[in-house]
Design a protein around this ligand. Structure first.
Ligand code: PLP
Length: 408
């Protein structure tokens, strides 16, 4: 059966060029970068080259880049490391309600250590309002962490503006750029970013490798103590093949990103237009204008996201839902709730994220399958029967008309 992979915000396949660059470092070039003989030095040089390549891509110095085991570790290190090293200046942190769990759960862990955290609300598009951000800053605020682009709804935050506000108040600014690096142009110096997390497997690189950018002068406590790797700031023998693959993937992704964005945005908009035109009681989640070029997130009324996912999976289509049922929890996505969706609508949500090779035909196939699926599910839905009999209204229609009032 044909498989159509539309879950690229979750992970991406390693590109052949990336795999090819990595292969020697698993076998003949297997040296430990800390060893002084040539085999080790060649591994050390490969890591240094990778660091220089990635630093140049974001306008940083190689000495400001630290490799990690992925985006989650980079987020943990940025936030815990900064908070613990700077708590004499204050113990207040600001983040947003729609962050990835790598940021949210890290902030919650710090609350147990006595830090105070403000979780900023977002508007209906998922945007953090710079004025709301500024108003939340207190004399004891030391750090703000606002994601570059959201992994569920694709909303791109006004990072430059937020960083400038943070700096005007002496607050250090971290951004989780896992969904943005390699997709959107990023210059840390231009944008005023102090700390930035990224991950290789979201840009056609390998899993298990990421980086944390740390602007020169920003103090961080170590998260992983041990040997002198990463200039004594992050122990463990370097993931040499992973780091080499990350640099190759990032170099290719950044070089092609303008072209990929344009192509993807056309396919994305085609998918959104078709869904909204051809499937009744559907709504787009996230911003129209400030949106990742590969993200489609839609909600459908009168059905459950899980049923939709299973039926699509049976047709070879890999997508993800806006609820966490599949991971054993019945809670709908915190992101969809934060943009104001009622639970029942958040439960019927679907995320399709395009890859660099996704075609119009792929998306048309998926939308056709979605229409069939939706027809099947609604035919079996008692809620839909109630709606058709006029016993209940449509929340999505009320939301679109601005007449929806959430039951308190
Ligand atoms: C995937 C993702 C992460 C986690 O990255 P890993 O490398 O899988 O740990 C963090 N933040 C965002 C926004 C993500 O999309």
């Amino acid at each position: 059966m044909k498989q159509i992979y539309l879950d690229n915000a979750s992970t991406t396949p390693v590109r052949p060029e990336v795999l090819e660059a990595m292969l020697p470092y698993f076998s003949e070039e297997f040296g430990n970068p800390s060893s002084i003989y040539p085999l080790g030095q060649r591994a050390s040089d490969a890591v240094a080259d990778a660091r220089a390549v990635i630093a140049a891509l974001i306008g940083a110095k190689p000495s400001e880049l630290y490799f990690t085991s992925g985006g989650s570790e980079a987020d943990n290190w940025a936030i815990k490391g900064f908070a613990r090293a700077n708590q004499a200046k204050g113990r207040h942190i600001i983040t947003s309600a729609i962050e990835h769990h790598a940021v949210l759960h890290t902030c919650q862990a710090l609350e147990k250590e006595g830090f105070e955290v403000t979780y900023l609300p977002v508007d209906g598009d998922g945007l953090v309002d710079p004025a709301v951000f500024e108003a939340a800053i207190r004399p004891d605020t030391i750090l703000a962490s606002i994601m570059f682009a959201n992994n569920e709804i694709g909303t791109i935050e006004p990072i430059g503006e937020l960083a400038a506000i943070a700096h005007a108040h002496g607050v250090t600014f971290h951004t989780d750029a896992v969904q943005a690096f390699g997709h959107e142009p990023i210059d840390v110096t231009e944008l005023g970013i102090d700390l930035m997390s990224a991950s290789a497997h979201k840009l056609n690189g390998p899993k298990g490798v990421g980086f944390l950018y740390v602007r020169k002068g920003v103090k961080l406590a170590n998260l992983i103590d041990g040997g002198q790797q990463e200039r004594g700031r992050r122990a463990t023998t370097e993931n040499v093949p992973g780091i080499v693959g990350f640099a190759k993937a990032a170099e290719l992704a950044c070089a092609e990103s303008a072209e990929v964005r344009e192509r993807q945005a056309a396919i994305r908009d085609h998918a959104i237009e078709r869904i909204l035109a051809e499937i009744p009681h559907a709504r787009l989640n996230g911003s129209h204008d400030s949106r990742l070029s590969n993200n489609v997130n839609v909600s459908f009324e009168f059905i459950e996201g899980e049923g939709m996912l299973l039926q699509l999976a049976a047709r070879g289509i890999c997508v993800s839902s806006g609820s966490a049922c599949t991971s054993g929890s019945l809670d709908p996505s915190h992101v969809l709730l934060a943009i104001g969706l009622p639970h029942e609508i958040a439960h019927g949500s679907l995320r399709m994220t395009l890859g660099r090779d996704t075609t119009m035909e792929d998306v048309d196939f998926a939308v056709d399958a979605l229409k069939t699926t939706m027809g099947n599910l609604r035919m079996m839905s008692p809620l839909y029967e109630d709606y058709q009999a006029g016993r209940v209204g449509s929340i999505i229609e009320d939301m679109a008309a601005g007449t929806y009032r959430r039951a308190e």
